[in-house]
Write a protein that binds this ligand. Structure first.
Ligand code: ADP
Length: 293
């Protein structure tokens, strides 16, 4: 499976340029699309899912022109939108069955088999007869994945699926995505760096509708190796002074003190120790460089 996106641009009627000449290639893997709120992730996901048109650019799915063959593409695609409306009183089993019919799985036997397999796979079998309204956030997201997997899609798009999940639910959900990502191409949009670090062999960082970095998280980390330094500073004033002087990547409060991370080719000064680079360093640095452009 190959998804090739070229030169995608979109300006909404209110003048916001959500996609700005964006190009991206996604192959057979779980692909992480990382970016802050407002970066254009949902706009991109909706465009790939054929729900909105760009002003310019092209998208090809295995050579198929996505924008010119929407109906065909919809059969190849599963989509879990950011806001997934669930029908409160209907059970997971009934809704999934209904959605399977809409996806064109009309043969009763085939449909039953598919729906039951998906409920097992997403660990919702026990709760299949319960109304969706009674589901926890994590169960709803797993249901969202079950519906996205109906009719064996080639490509699954999930938009910010872990926002609002508690750590255990998030973990369970990510494990499910990882298992699915071994069989089907999955694009995971998220603003949570850990989602990408833990799961995705390839990623892109986007902001202001543009790709800032595309590649393997491991390569991005290797490029920073030996260039991240950390130290603890006790006061806000000291932190501000460091920020004025050095390339501060991030600062976190740890036990009332600021732990500062700095990007530098060699030791930035007394008290700094080399620190292993993390994907969060990559992310913050890219966003900061983008802001300075
Ligand atoms: P993300 O998913 O990364 O948070 P979005 O694609 O939702 O980003 O939004 C990108 C930008 O476009 C934001 O500034 C947002 O406010 C704006 N935007 C998104 N959808 C619309 C819309 N339908 N009309 C106008 N502006 C929009």
């Amino acid at each position: 499976m190959a998804l090739v996106i070229k030169g995608l641009s979109k300006t909404y009627p209110n003048g916001v340029r959500a996609l700005d000449d964006l190009s991206l290639t996604v192959g057979n893997h779980l692909f992480g699309l990382l970016g802050p709120n407002g970066a254009g992730k949902s706009s991109l996901m909706r465009t790939i899912a054929t729900l909105q048109d760009p002003d310019a650019g092209s998208i090809e799915l295995d050579g198929l022109d996505v924008l010119a063959n929407k109906n065909e593409v919809r059969k190849l695609l599963g989509y879990l939108p950011q806001e997934f409306g669930v029908y409160p009183k209907i059970s997971a089993l009934d809704l999934l069955d209904h959605l399977a019919v809409l996806k064109g799985v009309t043969a009763r036997g085939e449909r039953k088999e598919m729906v039951e397999a998906l409920l097992h796979q997403t660990n919702l079998w026990e709760a299949r007869k319960k109304a969706l309204a009674t589901y926890s956030g994590g169960m709803r997201q797993r249901f969202g994945i079950a519906q996205a997997l109906l009719a064996n899609p080639k490509l699954i798009i999930v938009d910010e699926p872990t926002a609002g999940l508690d750590p255990a639910e998030r973990n369970r959900f990510l494990n499910l995505l990882a298992a699915i990502g071994r069989r089907v191409t999955v694009i995971l949009s998220t603003h949570i760096v850990d989602d990408v670090r833990e799961l995705c062999p390839r990623m892109a960082i986007i902001a202001s509708g543009r790709v800032l970095l595309e590649g393997a998280p491991a390569d991005a980390l290797a490029a920073l190796e030996g260039r991240i330094w950390s130290r603890v500073v006790a006061s806000d004033a000291e932190l501000e002074a460091l920020k004025a002087e050095l390339d501060v990547v991030s600062s976190h409060l740890v036990g009332g003190e600021h732990e500062v991370r700095v990007f530098a080719q060699g030791s930035p000064g007394a008290g700094f120790a080399p620190a292993p680079a993390g994907l969060e360093d990559v992310y913050f640095l890219e966003l900061a460089r983008h802001g300075r452009r």
